[in-house]
Design a protein around this ligand. Structure first.
Ligand SMILES: C[S@@+](CC[C@H](N)C(=O)[O-])C[C@H]1O[C@@H](n2cnc3c(N)ncnc32)[C@H](O)[C@@H]1O
Length: 237
């Protein structure tokens, strides 16, 4: 029999309590991160298991609203981009890649990554850990969007990977909201930083390759504001 949402939540919490209750929290450069290190070793299998179980327990939840993606597609056009290829990272049911394609001219190819094996149930979604890149994405991706970067075990690694994929002049769009603040970190959402902190991190770690060009007022999700940090790669590398 299908589990209710409450039962799924209880099962997920039980897994966390039994397997990941004692993970240390690390803070540096404005970031606050639940570390999956045990005895000095990174436990990738545990990270993946937590994310996959979290994905399954929330599979029918939708974080980003359609209007927000429509607004971001409009922004890409307003800055002169006519994307042929885009990536969305951490996409669960795959709606954001569909909405970008709908609102961009020529229905460009937009692929979503998802760490969970549920990826195969959704169109244009591949099962893939967003900390890694496919060789064919490097320097070939006109835009990258994510509202899931707070699920990263190492956001500087993830951002470096994503920026390596951008075309010259390409744009990285990172949503920020209340959920992404340092005091909101959990085992499932292991990383948090303030909006200003994320802007500073992008400009200091990746300022040699590009920079933050602005922060968009991206409308609301329920009653919460979504803001989107736009980083553009230099077009004269
Ligand atoms: C907060 S949900 C957001 C889902 C979707 N973007 C939305 O707006 O509803 C985060 C998603 O990212 C996925 N995820 C977590 N870590 C990931 C990783 N390292 N690589 C790819 N996907 C990941 C989770 O499984 C989950 O489906």
């Amino acid at each position: 029999m299908e589990q209710t949402r409450r039962e799924k939540r209880r099962a997920f919490k039980q897994f966390i309590n039994q397997n990941a209750a004692d993970l240390p929290i690390k803070e540096h450069g404005g970031l606050r991160i639940v570390s999956f290190e045990r005895d000095g070793k990174f436990d990738y299998d545990l990270y993946r298991e937590v994310q996959t179980r979290g994905n399954k327990y929330k599979l029918d939840w939708q974080w980003v609203p359609h209007e927000h993606i429509e607004l971001l597609a409009g922004h890409l056009l307003s800055i002169g981009l006519t994307p042929k290829f885009g990536l969305c990272h951490g996409t669960r049911q795959g709606f954001e890649q569909r909405w970008f394609r709908e609102h961009l001219p020529g229905q460009p190819k937009v692929i979503g990554t998802e760490i969970s094996d549920t990826a195969e149930d959704f169109p244009d979604t591949i099962q893939w850990d967003f900390h890694e890149v496919k060789p064919e994405w490097i320097g070939a991706t006109d835009f990258i969007y994510s509202n899931s970067w707070d699920h990263s075990y190492d956001p500087v690694k993830a951002l470096a990977a994503w920026i390596s994929c951008l075309t010259p002049g390409g744009a990285l769009l990172l949503d920020h909201a209340q959920d992404f603040l340092p005091d909101q970190v959990s085992t499932l959402d292991p990383c948090g930083i303030s909006e200003e902190g994320l802007v500073t991190l992008l400009n200091t770690e990746f300022g040699h390759e590009g920079g933050v060009t602005g922060v968009l007022q991206g409308g609301k999700r329920k009653r919460e504001s979504i803001r989107t940090i736009v980083y553009r790669k230099n077009d004269h590398l």
